[in-house]
Design a protein around this ligand. Structure first.
Ligand code: BES
Ligand code: MN
Ligand code: MN
Length: 456
């Protein structure tokens, strides 16, 4: 057994216990009642980084939740790896659908159940344990810096400023992020693309107050009926988004690139069974992998209005609302898409209602190179730890900071995530495999060695 493996197996229980402690902190960034818990999350990391042997760690206040910065500098001549992760988590709601409470982590069937176990506290903590191992083995093969934020799940509003103001301090040769998924434990993969995001909220207003649906129904526009019709018109029968200009900047992949994507193992029956659906759907002419990886989308995330309480209330509502997300691909620009959506949505509203569109956070899509030294190092690390060459994949989720790092720091990112799509991130009963956690730590240690030696 390698030295790394034996260290991990000797310290397995402690590595798990420490993560469980971290997962007990309800660091929900979206809800201000958890503000102090998010701060506690940052404090936990500060100590954990110190224990792992960094030279310097700072909890940097922002207008929102703090950013934790740390570094272990061995030698200015050595390459530097900047690790990014987020210690905030999605709200756990609905609580009643959890089999065990979201912030009382348990290990069951070799899986860690808790909010944040995979996204991203579990994956972030692997990097701190990897540092501990590297440190224990002798001098680090490279310099390591950490930037850990507490606002990823709410749009990273204060990160851009921090990165710009601290660009020199954050200088590095590669950015390493574990916040994505692999295809399966049998088919490890490296994410080489993430989608961008435009997120808007719409409000449709009819009469100036809720009305009796018998007295007025039939003559007065019902904003919920109208909103549904408007939303339905945004996607045509071929699964194409109808907003004028929406596809103008979408990069079409070459036949060769599409063939390459299709090489990734994918079982449609298993896919359907894993989420309880009978049939997949989407844009005509594209496979499921393409629909979630290289094509843009439009989805309603929530829709409400009128009476939703118990029993029946006959009411013609004054207002209707929806939250709509659009996932974007290169070279779509989130701000431009938000503008195109807004113009179009207002233009299709009948005169009988008023429409308001409010943008939420967004982010740019990102593609990372497969011919960089850093990618090669990650690939070799996977080969060593998993015995298989990882497959490059394009993920459907978004990590807006990747495009920002590219733009501001001019540094490439390697997305070396270890989650599985079935880990139920953002859902009730989120979990993370003990195998993935421990194997991830091993792979990260190997990455640092590989990267440092390739850079020589
Ligand atoms: N880690 C996820 C993104 C992700 C998940 C990428 C799975 C690839 C595979 C991240 O924490 C996330 O949830 N991002 C948000 C966007 C953000 C701006 C709120 C998302 O994708 O909805
Ligand atoms: Mn994440
Ligand atoms: Mn997330």
């Amino acid at each position: 057994m390698s030295e790394v493996k034996s260290y991990i197996s000797t310290n397995r229980q402690r590595f798990l216990d420490e993560l469980l402690e971290f997962l007990k902190i309800p660091s929900v960034s979206a809800d201000s009642k958890f503000k102090n818990d998010v701060l506690r999350g940052a404090g936990f990391l500060e100590k954990a980084l110190q224990n792992a042997g960094v030279d310097l760690v700072e909890v940097c206040p922002t207008k929102g939740h703090p950013i934790v910065y740390a570094e272990k500098i061995i030698d200015g001549e050595l390459p530097t790896v900047l690790v990014y992760g987020h210690y905030d988590v999605q709200p756990p709601d609905p609580y009643e659908l959890w089999d065990s409470p979201p912030f009382e982590p348990v290990i069951k069937d070799e899986r860690i159940f808790a909010r944040g176990s995979c996204d991203d506290k579990g994956q972030l903590y692997m990097h701190i344990k990897a540092l501990e191992i590297l440190n224990q083995q002798g001098p680090l093969p490279c310099n390591i810096k950490f930037i850990l934020e507490g606002e990823e799940e709410v749009g990273s509003a204060n990160l851009e400023r921090f990165v710009k103001e601290n660009a020199a301090r954050l200088s590095s040769d590669v950015i390493l992020i574990s916040d994505t998924a692999i295809i399966s434990n049998e088919s490890p993969s490296i994410t080489v693309g993430l989608r961008g995001l435009s997120y808007v909220e719409v409000e449709v207003t009819g009469p100036d107050r809720d009305l009796h649906s018998g007295v007025y129904g039939g003559a007065v526009a019902n904003p919920i009926n109208i909103l549904c019709k408007m939303v339905a018109s945004l996607i045509d029968g071929d699964g194409r988004i109808t907003i004028p200009g929406f596809y103008d900047k979408v990069q079409e992949l070459t036949a060769e690139a599409r063939e390459k994507l299709a090489e990734a193992p994918f079982d449609p029956e298993e896919y359907k069974a894993s989420i309880g659906i009978r049939e997949t759907q989407g844009e005509k002419g594209y496979s499921t992998i393409e629909r979630t990886g290289i094509r843009p989308t439009l989805d309603v995330n929530g829709i409400w209005g009128g009476y939703t309480g118990e029993g029946a209330k006959t009411v013609l509502p004054s207002k209707a609302y929806a939250k709509i997300s659009m996932r974007l691909v290169p070279d779509q620009d989130d701000q431009e898409i938000t503008r195109l959506f807004t113009e179009h949505f207002i233009s299709i509203a009948p005169k009988s209602v008023g429409v308001k569109v409010t943008p939420h956070h967004g982010g740019k899509p990102a593609v990372t190179p497969t011919d960089s030294l850093a990618y090669k190092a990650a690939s070799k690390a996977f080969e060593q730890a998993w015995g298989k060459t990882p497959i490059p994949t394009r993920d459907g989720g978004s990590i807006p900071i990747v495009a920002l790092f590219d733009e501001v720091l001019k540094v490439n990112t390697v997305l070396m995530g270890f989650g599985l799509d079935t880990d139920a991130i953002h859902s009730p009963n989120e979990s993370y495999g003990v195998f993935n956690y421990l194997k991830g730590i091993e792979t990260i240690v190997l990455f640092h060695h590989q990267f440092a030696s390739l850079k020589k």
